[in-house]
Design a protein around this ligand. Structure first.
Ligand code: RB5
Length: 144
């Protein structure tokens, strides 16, 4: 189960990505927003990230105008490793090396085609473990 969250700047891209998830038969829970009315991205990051931390969802896909604001907010939630990506290398390696559990995309930065490729890489790439696991433990230690 994938958790989705967006503000008004990411709403349209979230809807595009839902079409991809539907086509692939990937289940998701959409925590909003549900239209283009202005909302605050920290509010929209909270519920999907909490669903990931609680184990109700495996990963989150988060959207705002740049992808940056919602990634900063998401990374404040203990247990979330969120990455704002607009290139394939980062989307792949944030899974391989950082075991990222939230991908953040900018609806005003990337188009639906690139965003879909980034989501596919993010959802299909496994964490490499090994020396990277030690680093993830150190990130967790920073959370206190
Ligand atoms: C909202 O206008 C915009 O600031 C937000 O979507 C995002 O880009 C913040 O980082």
């Amino acid at each position: 189960m994938i958790a989705l969250g967006a503000d008004h700047g990411g709403y349209a891209l979230k809807e595009e990505i839902k079409q991809y998830l539907d086509a692939k038969g990937i289940p998701y829970k959409d925590f909003g927003c549900y239209n283009t009315e202005s909302v605050d991205y920290p509010d929209m990051a909270k519920a999907p990230c909490e669903a990931v931390v609680a184990g109700e969802c495996e990963k989150a896909l988060l959207f705002c105008g740049t992808g940056v604001g919602i990634s900063i907010a998401a990374n404040k939630i203990k247990g979330i490793r969120a990455c704002c990506c607009s290139d394939a290398f980062s989307a792949k390696y944030t899974r391989l090396h950082n075991n990222a559990n939230a991908l953040c995309l900018g609806g005003r930065v990337v188009g639906a085609g690139l965003a879909t490729e980034l989501v596919e890489l993010f959802l299909t790439t496994e964490f490499e473990g090994g020396r990277h696991a030690r680093r993830i433990e150190k990130i967790a230690a920073l959370e206190g």
